[in-house]
Design a protein around this ligand. Structure first.
Ligand code: SF4
Length: 103
C-alpha cells in the first residue's frame, strides 16, 4: 500500500496510457448508473469529447502508446469516435467498450 504522504504532486514520468471519457451521454437507462439519474449534471453538462479536446490531451503526452476511450457513457454515440480511434499523427492503440461491456 502506498502511503498518501509519500505520494508526490508530480508524476515521475510522462504517462504511457491515458483513459479518456469520450462522452457522458448514454442511450441506456441502467438502474445502477448515476447517468440515468443525471447525478453528474451539476458538475458537467452532457457532451461528447471533441477531436480538438482529444488532441489537446494526446499532444501533451509524447510517450503515450495506449488510449482507452471509455468512461461512463456510450462511446459509440460520439460521432468523432472513428477519428479519435485512428489518430492522425502517431499510432495510438485504442480500445473502447459499449454498454454491453461497461456494466
Ligand atoms: S450502459 Fe453504462 S453508461 Fe449507460 S446507463 Fe448503463 S451503466 Fe450507465
Amino acid at each position: 500500500m502506498i502511503k498518501l504522504e509519500s505520494r508526490t504532486t508530480q508524476a515521475p514520468e510522462l504517462p504511457q496510457q491515458v483513459y479518456l471519457e469520450v462522452t457522458n451521454r448514454c442511450n441506456s437507462l441502467c438502474v445502477s448508473c448515476p447517468l440515468t439519474y443525471d447525478h453528474f449534471l451539476r458538475f458537467e453538462p452532457k457532451h461528447h469529447l471533441s477531436w480538438q479536446q482529444f488532441r489537446t490531451v494526446v499532444d501533451q503526452l509524447p510517450r503515450i502508446d495506449r488510449a482507452v476511450l471509455h468512461g461512463i457513457g456510450e462511446p459509440l454515440l460520439n460521432p468523432e469516435l472513428p477519428r479519435l480511434s485512428r489518430t492522425s499523427r502517431r499510432v495510438v492503440r485504442t480500445c473502447s467498450s459499449t454498454p454491453m461491456l461497461c456494466c
